[in-house]
Write a protein that binds this ligand. Structure first.
Ligand SMILES: CC(C)(COP(=O)(O)OP(=O)(O)OC[C@H]1O[C@@H](n2cnc3c(N)ncnc32)[C@H](O)[C@@H]1OP(=O)(O)O)[C@@H](O)C(=O)NCCC(=O)NCCS
Length: 155
């Protein structure tokens, strides 16, 4: 999709990320059965460390200057797409695929993406969005695709 920006989230963006994570957790509660806490929040225990641990990298997606989603990446061997989310109005418009490919190119090397068996739409998405040969396996936690990405060379 044209016009999508993938921005590394600054610590000033943390409140935005926290709110978008609530929407993501609500979507996931359909699969996991998770309840909100007494304050009505799902919460995300690893949020703060995305600005303190250098291997954790937070990204926000923007379309026409509006927030459209986010990714939380754990860099390493392999890089891991810890969380990935597109706001509903932007789904099935190519935002997820464009953002995922941007991130794969930013972090060349071995990758894994994981999804719950209860979330087959995510599996269909990753099979389409990964532009490299991948191996798929079923684990105790769900399904995983493993592959190697290469950086996109400039013009
Ligand atoms: C999964 C998710 C990230 C997909 O984002 P998206 O921006 O809608 O994806 P795209 O528009 O780039 O989709 C690209 C292709 O992936 C496939 N795809 C995407 N979502 C799909 C779905 N729900 N069911 C089946 N195929 C799907 C389609 O082939 C699609 O192409 P098409 O629209 O031309 O048919 C989004 O639905 C989402 O945030 N879901 C909730 C959170 C989640 O499940 N995250 C993934 C955790 S592993």
């Amino acid at each position: 999709m044209d016009g999508i920006e993938v921005l590394e989230a600054t610590v000033d963006d943390k409140p935005v990320m926290r709110r978008l994570l609530e929407l993501y957790a609500h979507d996931f509660s359909e699969f996991t059965g998770t309840d909100v806490d007494a304050r009505g929040r799902f919460g995300y225990p690893y949020l703060d460390v995305y600005w303190t641990e250098p291997e954790r990298r937070p990204f926000l997606f923007r379309v026409a200057a509006k927030w459209a989603g986010f990714a939380l990446v754990r860099t390493g061997v392999p890089h891991d797409m810890a969380e990935f989310f597109v706001l509903r109005k932007y789904r099935r418009t190519g935002v997820g695929e464009a953002a995922a490919r941007d991130l794969f190119a930013r972090f060349p090397g071995d990758w894994q993406v994981r999804q719950l068996e209860a979330n087959p739409g995510a599996t269909a998405f990753w099979r389409r969005a990964i532009p490299f040969d991948f191996a798929e396996a079923v684990t105790a936690e769900g399904r995983v695709q493993r592959f190697s990405s290469v950086a996109v060379s400039g013009p």
